[in-house]
Design a protein. Structure first.
Length: 262
């Protein structure tokens, strides 16, 4: 008997792209950056997307049919960027500015292309979590609770995250204005100040540039820690469910899609 093809609950999809990455037939795309769609003509009912979806909103039956995994693309190795980034920032905090790539590029894709290609294909952190939780088996591989992918939590966390980001900008401004001294520390989980003085090398750099680097490294490290915690507790890329950049870019795509349909 033929296996039932996989179907996505579009209303609950967070467009994280986790299913897209495991489909052996490349039958899945994230339409307009809003939700995943599965091409029934290409879908073979293998059920890999059903297993991988952190929100469990893809329905389908499992198939024992053997499939060849799609060929690796160059962007499948971008997880290396995360490791290099945190290593460089550990020894020299100025390298923390490289993390702006992970802020700017997703926005550019959403604003000018109207999609979430960065999240779906190029996100180094998502790839790292997938590697650790999937191939290395560090994840419990359980579904995230429903409240975690609710709109209230996702958008609430987005507001909180950017509130903390603007606090970081304010502290940078205070150093720029000479109202406070440079803080050579990294703040983890927005609460714990960890001394990081060894990573500061410099009189040749303006203090406010280093202050921003310390703050941004704190943001990147905190979000990675949260990603690792949810990876350990739930499915490998559970962080993608409530990632602030993912939520924001999806919102941008929704707005663009509404304007396009008018």
């Amino acid at each position: 008997m033929a296996k039932r093809k996989s179907v996505v609950n579009e209303d609950l999809c967070v467009s994280c792209g986790c299913c897209l990455k495991v489909c052996p037939k490349e039958a899945i795309e994230v339409k307009n950056g809003l939700y995943a769609t599965i091409n029934p003509d290409l879908c073979i009912g293998c059920g890999k997307c059903v297993v991988e979806c952190p929100t469990s909103i893809i329905e389908g039956e499992y198939s024992k049919r053997e499939n060849k995994v799609r060929f690796k693309k160059w962007y499948d190795y971008l997880w290396i960027f995360s490791i290099v980034y945190f290593t460089l920032g550990f020894f020299n905090i100025i390298f923390a500015w490289l993390g702006m790539i992970c802020f700017i590029v997703p926005l550019l894709f959403a604003i000018f292309k109207g999609n979430k290609a960065f999240c779906n294909r190029y996100c180094d952190r998502g790839q790292l979590l997938g590697l650790l939780g999937g191939r290395l088996g560090l994840s419990r591989k359980r579904d995230v609770p429903k409240w975690m992918y609710s709109k209230a939590f996702r958008y609430g966390f987005l507001v909180f995250f950017f509130a903390m980001f603007f606090v970081m900008l304010w502290n940078t401004y205070l150093v720029f204005a000479g109202a406070r001294d440079l803080s050579q520390a990294v703040t983890l989980l927005w609460v714990f100040n960890v001394p990081w003085a060894w990573a500061y090398h410099g009189n040749v750099i303006y203090p406010w540039i280093s202050q921003y680097a310390f703050g941004f490294y704190s943001v990147m490290l905190t979000s990675t820690i949260l990603g690792l915690l949810t990876m350990l507790l739930f499915k490998p890329r559970s962080w993608c469910v409530y990632c602030p950049m993912g939520t924001m870019t999806q919102a941008i795509c929704k707005v663009k899609n509404i304007r396009k349909s008018k």
